[in-house]
Design a protein around this ligand. Structure first.
Ligand code: MN
Length: 748
């Protein structure tokens, strides 16, 4: 879109007002230079045009709001990009302007900031739940990729709070609570104390108008009663410093109404009992003089014991530095003094933003030395090295809180997870029962793969099912220790049960092959037999032994032979007919005792990746040592080699009639290269009702005449695979299509 001059005949008066407020903004922008000012002007024209005809609740043209936000940012001496973002901050949401539009007009950094601001705008804090405010604040900070986004956001909130009067009163409580719980603490954390105090007072005023008025009146009265005293104190102090030839600036300082209210409320005090309403702030030329000043003041008035704090030597975490002491002034009133240097004063009032204030001033090495606090000093160093606000912010964030993402449950509860956490981690964080029964996940209402990494502000929903169970594949991508240990625990229990079942089958099969129709039972007469058998194998229990057999740690035929031996001592002889029958059928691999596989197995039975057996293939089972049963196709070369080496570990397996899941098969499709060939091949696979799970093609896709496409597809069985291949071979551009029988994989 092309913005016009910004004037509109229908409301000339309104646009004049807007133009006037923009003119007063421009007057503050000399620090940006001509070029910067021109960029800001361009953003203003664009925004003015975009918001044309829109009004604030107060009836003023909408553009006055972005201008006011930009003006606050100019107070902080933010750069031209931040000011442009301030002017445009509501344009995406309210005027249907896209991020692409903004990139084209103003470049990516400004567009990113506006986009970030738009996203923050959509987050609303509206819960009374304990501990949620802290998480919400962190989420907000984590979402802002750039500290400037937070600063513009705070300026935006400040202006909205100042103009709260024209908002419908029904919205006051929510907005004021959000400001008190979220934005004021962020301002405080970033050291923007002026903004912090203002946000608190404005919230208090609208949340509790009655209390506010009472305290306001009381403060006014006390002020006029004590005016003479305060003037006297200021004079005494100025004289004392003049005597020591220390140049100072001194201000009277009053506690904010909100902090008086807070103190009365939390400490259960009456207004009269709040003694530190008045204070003086003394600005000194250097750090050493701050300490000298302390001596001067303590000579002048008596200090109140226990009220002295040296925040110069030990700065607060947000970078604040000052010496605090409370003195007993004339007429016995307590007055708190704050002593600081000019540099500390700037940091105390505007925190992180003071870093821009300094950057734009001609700052000598002495100034940065006086900045003093390690935290801010290191920020300035980083900024000087990188000149990149994003990197700068990353650094600030590291300092502010650990690596985490903050997401919502469908019920708007906030969960904190380590960065990189997936849908599965979330499920286990909610509850291990949810994790164990996770079937699918949704983020912001859309279905996503379970391995999807979570982003700040995502609303995550877990679809559970009673038949769902943890998958070993989850272990490859879960991030949290909690999820990992819960999945492992489940799989171990599961593996135990499965291996036990498999071991029981294998042993029964082996015992039959030795001519014994029935395994010895748990009847008392077989008790000594089992005891001797377990002594022989070294297992603690029958279950333990069966699990070992199922896992391939112990060979069923050897155990079976020992059982036959022990039975013969009890006088039970093997049945010769059964032996020959079982031996014969076992060789033919059609034994009724063969292990049936249907894909529902979880851990104890694996399907070899070298040959990827699918239902319909002739298969063999190999009992790996300690890893359970691995199923290979009968003609798999890897399987054949193992069989040669380790024949007693091979057992008969068969596909069950009903297979419960799809199996993956790998295909190589040789195609004549041409436009859209990949799409046509994919469509042919889809038309045969097979899902593509992975595609791989040679890198020189565009250069060659004939190329190989490798697909991994999910199919039901060999018949289904044949159908897929038939569909593929029908395509004119396909010269060959076949199943990959043995990939280069080294696993069995
Ligand atoms: Mn706004």
């Amino acid at each position: 879109m092309t913005p016009s001059g910004g004037t509109n005949s229908t409301s000339t008066e309104a646009s004049n007002a807007a133009a006037a407020s923009f003119a007063s903004l421009l007057a503050k922008l000399d620090y940006l230079g001509t070029e910067g000012k021109e960029l800001v002007r361009k953003a203003y024209r664009f925004s003015d045009h975009a918001h044309l005809g829109q009004k604030r609740q107060s009836g003023e043209p909408y553009i006055t709001h972005p201008i006011a936000v930009a003006a606050q940012c100019a107070e902080w001496k933010l750069d031209s990009q931040a000011l442009m973002a301030a002017l445009l901050h509501d344009a995406m949401e309210d005027c249907g302007i896209s991020k692409e539009d903004l990139i084209q007009e103003f470049g990516a950094p400004v567009a990113e900031m506006v986009d970030g601001l738009t996203k923050l705008d959509k987050l609303q804090f509206d819960t009374q739940e304990e501990g949620q405010a802290e998480s919400f604040r962190k989420m907000l900070l984590a979402m802002a990729k750039d500290v400037r986004v937070i600063l513009v956001k705070l300026a935006d909130r400040s202006h909205n709070m100042r103009t709260m009067g024209s908002m419908p009163t029904s919205k006051w409580a929510r907005i004021c609570n959000e400001t008190l719980e979220i934005y004021a603490p962020i301002a405080h954390r970033l050291g923007l104390n002026q903004t912090y105090r203002e946000l608190q007072d404005l919230s208090f005023r609208h949340l509790k108008p009655w209390r506010y008025q009472i305290i306001e009146k009381a403060v006014g009265k006390a002020r006029s009663r004590r005016r003479d005293i305060l003037i006297k104190v200021q004079k005494d102090v100025e004289q004392a410093f003049a005597k020591h030839s220390i140049p100072i600036r001194i201000y009277g300082r009053e506690k904010t109404l909100f902090s008086i209210y807070k103190k009365m409320d939390t400490k259960n005090l009456s207004f009269a009992q709040v003694t530190d309403i008045y204070g003086m702030r003394v600005i000194l030329p250097s750090v050493i003089e701050c300490y000298t000043a302390l001596g001067v003041l303590h000579q002048l008035y008596k200090p109140v014991p226990g009220r002295f704090k040296d925040h110069i030597a030990i700065a607060k975490v947000n970078g604040y530095q000052s010496i605090h002491t409370t003195l007993v002034g004339p007429a016995g009133i307590n007055i708190e003094f704050q002593l600081r240097t000019e540099a500390m004063h700037v940091v105390a009032e505007s925190g992180v933003a003071s870093h821009w204030l300094y950057k734009t001033q001609d700052h000598t090495s002495e100034t940065s030395e006086r900045l003093g606090t390690q935290w801010l000093q290191s920020l300035v160093d980083i900024q000087n090295e990188t000149h990149d606000a994003t990197e700068f912010w990353d650094y600030v964030k590291v300092d502010l809180f650990p690596d985490a993402v903050y997401v919502f449950t469908p019920k708007s509860k906030i969960m904190a997870l380590p960065r990189g956490a997936t849908v599965v981690d979330f499920a286990y964080a909610v509850h291990s029962n949810i994790g164990d029964r996770t079937m699918a996940g949704k983020i912001n209402g859309e279905s996503v793969p379970l391995r999807t990494e979570l982003k700040n502000g995502d609303v995550v929903e877990i679809v559970t099912s009673t038949v769902a169970a943890p998958n070993p594949a989850w272990l490859a991508y879960v991030k949290t220790g909690r999820a990992r240990s819960k999945i492992r625990h489940f799989l171990k229990t599961q593996a135990q049960t499965e291996s036990l079942g498999l071991g029981e089958k294998l042993l029964a099969q082996a015992v039959r092959a030795e001519g014994i129709d029935q395994m010895p039972t748990d009847e008392p007469k077989y008790k000594p037999l089992w005891e001797r058998l377990l002594r022989f194998t070294g297992n603690h229990s029958k279950e333990d032994l069966l699990v070992d057999i199922g896992l391939g740690k112990r060979i069923a035929t050897i155990v079976a032979k020992r059982i036959v031996l022990l039975l013969s001592e009890l006088g039970e002889k093997p049945d010769a007919l059964l032996i020959s029958k079982e031996r014969f059928t076992a060789h033919e691999s059609v034994s009724q005792g063969g292990v049936m596989v249907d894909g529902s197995e979880n851990v104890s039975i694996q399907y070899a990746l070298c040959c990827r057996p699918i239902p319909g293939d002739s298969i063999l089972g190999y009992l790996g040592r300690g890893e359970g049963l691995v199923v290979h196709t009968e003609n798999c070369s890897v399987g054949q080699k193992l069989k040669h080496k380790d024949s007693e570990r091979f057992i008969a397996v068969e596909w069950a009639d009903e297979v419960v899941r799809a199996f993956e098969s790998e295909l190589v499709v040789t195609v004549q290269n041409g436009k859209g060939v990949l799409a046509r091949v994919a469509a042919a696979i889809a038309s045969a009702e097979a899902d593509i799970t992975h595609v791989n093609m040679s890198e020189e896709f565009s250069g060659q005449a004939a190329i190989d496409l490798r697909f991994t597809i999910a199919i039901r069985d060999t018949t289904h695979l044949d159908t897929v291949l038939k569909h593929l071979r029908r395509l004119p551009s396909v010269s060959q299509a076949h199943r990959v029988v043995s990939a280069k994989s080294t696993s069995h």
